[in-house]
Write a protein that binds this ligand. Structure first.
Ligand code: AMP
Length: 170
């Protein structure tokens, strides 16, 4: 299946100079959406995972579907102030300034084997901060998975020891 036909390039969104990869055409098409979830499920069925950790907000769409498909826990990582319970926080650097992400402190059972999932790997800052959050919360990161890897931004480098899997590469 030619998945790139379902990814829409939107120039200068959300700000000038960014070529946004819009996945809503793919989500709108049940065959394409199923193809993606089945691809992830096939790749991870033998990993003996305990949880899928997904990153706000497009990661939730893929992560919820995959967690259900593989019968795993679903754990959300969110921007500060969104999670209602006791949360652990991690700061990370952006091009200009810093941002923060949070995870509930009781997200995992001891040494839970975790998959991190998001729609796009760009510079890798978001995913690298999520690796740190999972480890602080007592989980072990098995791999980080993305629908799209913008390989020219070298996000994999920032993920150091975390193996990366992606379905579409640009
Ligand atoms: P980064 O931390 O640079 O790897 O950015 C990753 C996060 O930003 C992911 O949650 C993506 O959804 C979003 N993102 C970054 N760049 C893009 C892009 N070109 N198109 C769509 N989403 C993007």
């Amino acid at each position: 299946m030619d998945l790139k036909a379902y990814i829409r390039d939107v120039p200068d969104f959300p700000k000038k100079g960014i070529l946004f990869k819009d996945i809503t055409p793919l989500l709108k098409d049940p065959k394409a959406f199923s193809f993606v979830i089945e691809n992830f499920a096939k790749h991870y069925e033998s990993y003996r995972l305990d949880a899928v950790v997904a990153i706000e907000s497009r990661g939730f769409i893929l992560g919820g579907a995959l967690a259900k498909e593989l019968n795993l826990s679903f754990v959300p990582v969110r921007k500060p102030g969104k999670l209602p319970w006791k949360a652990i926080q991690q700061s990370y650097d952006l091009e200009y300034g810093t941002d923060k992400l949070e995870i509930h402190e009781d997200s995992f059972s001891k040494n839970a084997k975790v998959l991190i999932l998001d729609d796009v790997l760009a510079t890798g800052g978001t995913a690298a901060a999520t690796v740190q959050l999972v480890e602080k919360a007592g989980g072990q990161v098995a791999e980080a998975a993305f629908l799209i890897d913008l390989t020219f931004l070298n996000g994999r480098q920032k993920l150091k020891n975390t193996p990366v899997y992606s379905i579409i590469q640009y």
